[in-house]
Design a protein around this ligand. Structure first.
Ligand SMILES: O=c1ccn([C@@H]2O[C@H](COP(=O)(O)OP(=O)(O)O[C@H]3O[C@H](CO)[C@H](O)[C@H](O)[C@H]3O)[C@@H](O)[C@H]2O)c(=O)[nH]1
Length: 292
């Protein structure tokens, strides 16, 4: 294990040394800032973090002897507000509506530009909304996305928040395509195998299910799974949120042979099991009361 700030000056040179010392042939670049709302508040910091991070990863790879395969964590946020309900990879125009999505789209361009001159083999996985947990020991302790944010409010006895219910969607709340983190992990293995092929038709894949779930439906699932008798609160919209974002999995199904195995119930249940297994997060369901 090597620790480093991938966005810091000189990180590319240091990375090249590590890649060669360990004889690495493939890189999965996960390290980035990923909060849509925060990116709207701090755009320059997002550009600094995510673009410099990608620049340094590519610098390290181009300088190294063997590290020429790259799987990049891209995002559904690259699509902005797509003109179709279920978005395929080749939809145009791609117009991200927040700095986070812009950094991911630009990251794809940067990697693509390095293919021909440096022999980088690249593929972008455009994650839709990753949630849930595999083994409970691998819980993501960060409270940065909808399901952990709902649990966190419950832990504090507060009403879980719905950010806006006046969107042009069936129940007025934002619709997303939720993908289990274990399915996402499998998609990376499939992508690495794909990069071994000399003939590759595509370099970007949605990691989605083609199914949309609204924030209110997730809240209802949380009620069912936790058994907690809470009342949610509707708050103001959050800046930078598209009304709906659902990914077509057709390309990744056909080209990579990847299919999602888990549904939204599995996602919420596995997230809750991991939350409850963590002593710092655990909620005593029998005595729980909503205080505000
Ligand atoms: O307490 C909360 C938290 C979130 N939301 C809503 O729930 C939806 C999902 O929000 P998340 O923050 O969980 O996820 P995002 O859709 O904003 O973003 C996620 O998916 C994106 C792609 O769609 C990016 O990949 C990004 O990194 C990833 O966090 C949004 O409508 C958001 O407004 C609430 O209503 N209440």
């Amino acid at each position: 294990m090597y620790g480093m700030d991938i966005a810091a000056p000189g990180a590319g040179d240091r990375l090249a040394e590590i890649l060669d010392a360990e004889d690495v042939d493939s890189v999965i670049h996960f390290a980035a800032r990923k909060q849509v709302g925060e990116s709207v508040e701090k755009p320059l910091w997002y550009y600094q973090q995510n673009i410099n991070g990608m620049l340094n990863v590519l610098t390290g790879m181009t300088q190294s002897k063997n590290a020429k395969k790259l799987v990049f964590s891209s995002s559904a946020a690259t699509y902005g507000v797509p003109p179709v309900d279920v978005v395929p990879e080749d939809v145009v125009p791609m117009l991200p509506i927040n700095p986070y999505g812009q950094t991911k789209l630009f990251g794809e361009w940067m990697a693509r530009a390095c293919e021909q001159p440096f022999g980088i083999r690249f593929c972008a996985l455009r994650y839709f909304n990753v949630a849930g947990c595999g083994p409970v020991e691998l819980e993501d302790p960060a409270i940065l996305n909808l399901i952990p944010m709902l649990f966190d409010r419950l832990k504090k006895g507060k009403a879980p928040a719905i950010f806006g219910d006046d969107y042009p969607t069936p129940d007025g709340t934002c619709v997303r395509d939720y993908i289990h983190v274990s399915d996402l992990a499998d998609a990376h293995i499939a992508a690495l195998k794909y990069l071994d092929r000399d003939e590759r038709k595509y370099d970007a894949f949605n990691v989605g299910t083609g199914e949309g779930t609204s924030v209110r439906q997730i809240v209802d699932e949380v009620k069912k799974v936790t058994g907690l008798p809470f009342t949610e609160a509707v708050m103001a919209r959050r800046a930078g949120d598209p009304p709906h974002l659902i990914g077509s999995p057709k390309r990744i199904n056909e080209e990579l042979g990847w299919h999602a195995k888990y549904d939204v119930e599995d996602i919420v249940k596995s997230a809750w099991d991991a939350w409850q297994a963590n002593p710092e997060h655990h909620i005593d369901v029998a005595t729980w009361k909503q205080v505000s």
